[in-house]
Design a binder for this molecule. Sequence first.
Ligand code: SF4
Ligand code: SF4
Length: 55
Amino acid sequence: MIIDMDECGVCEDCIDVCPNEAIKKKAYSIVINNDLCEDCEECVEVCPVGAIYKE
Ligand code: SF4
Ligand code: SF4
């Protein structure tokens, strides 16, 4: 998964929804650990600005 930080407003909704704790907040940005991600795409569904997409 990739996050477009130009679009992301750091609302943290994706962090709350990820079942694998693959998404973390780091300073003022959001980071996905793709080793933990299992491509459920729940973060894609929940993001209000469409900032997360599949590679
Ligand atoms: S696709 Fe699923 S597992 Fe991967 S970062 Fe998004 S919510 Fe987490
Ligand atoms: S849900 Fe979207 S806007 Fe909110 S922190 Fe995640 S990527 Fe950024």
